[in-house]
Design a binder for this molecule. Structure first.
Ligand code: PXP
Length: 246
């Protein structure tokens, strides 16, 4: 069954708009734990957050509180830096997804370059796995990146669907075919296949038929919809479009 991880970074974006620089966000609205609970009540299978080096939305305290209180899985997205790795090893999320990160970007713009950067990534993957954390690589739907991820010992890949989501017409079909081919390749390599970025209530119908998909991580579209209908309804609507029901 296809599963949904709701990325709640943008609930924290809204909070930080009013409380910039606040490290103890305990009493600040909107409450990140309440948001996570609403997603869980609606049937989400997990909660995803990205602890960025610049702390622009999610704060360290959020990750620790989520770890304590979540009923479902915690998926921590992170760049490969010693400081964030140290936090991940303390928090022990169920899963870590390694992502590329640059300060200037608005969101994670491309996939992680795993091929060619094995030396930097191998110790991180190893330490996370030794801590009992399942490791995913957020990569472009590219066979070389998939093979490099498998060789490093990652259990999962998350295929970056951003190019597909941004493409129109024939280009969109071509991008979708790249994702389908990558999903087959990753599955054959023994990897769990996840996908995310730019998936919304409209393009989800094209993503669902992609073979071997296990988890979808969706954030922006759900938080935007929640402004009008509330988070529980927004999550339930996405689950319904995934054919999972609420
Ligand atoms: N997956 C990963 C690895 C991401 O970095 C993001 C964006 O933070 C998402 C999924 C969710 O993307 P979106 O907010 O466009 O749904």
């Amino acid at each position: 069954m296809l599963k949904l991880g709701v990325n709640i970074d943008h609930v924290a974006t809204l909070r930080q708009a009013r409380y910039p620089g606040m490290l103890d966000t305990h009493n600040c609205e909107p409450d990140i734990l309440a948001a996570a609970s609403a997603c869980e009540r609606a049937g989400a299978h997990g909660i995803t957050v990205h602890l960025r080096a610049d702390r622009r939305h999610i704060q360290d305290a959020d990750v620790f509180r989520l770890r304590e209180r979540l009923q479902t899985r915690l998926n921590l997205e992170m760049g490969n830096t010693p400081a964030i790795l140290a936090i991940a090893l303390q928090v022990k999320p169920d899963e870590v997804c390694l992502v590329p990160e640059s300060r200037e970007e608005i969101t994670t713009e491309g996939g992680l370059a795993v091929a060619g950067h094995e030396a930097a990534l191998r110790p991180t993957v190893q330490r996370l796995r030794e801590a009992g954390i399942r490791v995913s690589m957020f990569i472009e739907p590219d066979p070389a990146q998939i093979d490099a991820s498998a060789a490093l010992g990652a259990e999962m890949v998350e295929l970056h669907t951003g190019a597909f989501a941004n493409a129109l017409g024939g280009d969109r079909q071509r991008e979708l075919q790249r994702i389908v081919a990558a999903a087959r390749h990753a599955h054959a390599a023994g990897l769990q296949v996840n996908a995310g970025h730019g998936i919304n209530y409209e393009n989800i119908s094209l993503v669902v038929p992609v073979p071997h998909l296990a988890d979808l991580n969706i954030g922006h579209a759900i938080v935007c919809r929640a402004v009008f209908v509330g988070l529980e309804v927004a999550v339930a609507e996405m689950l319904q479009r995934m054919g999972v029901g609420a």
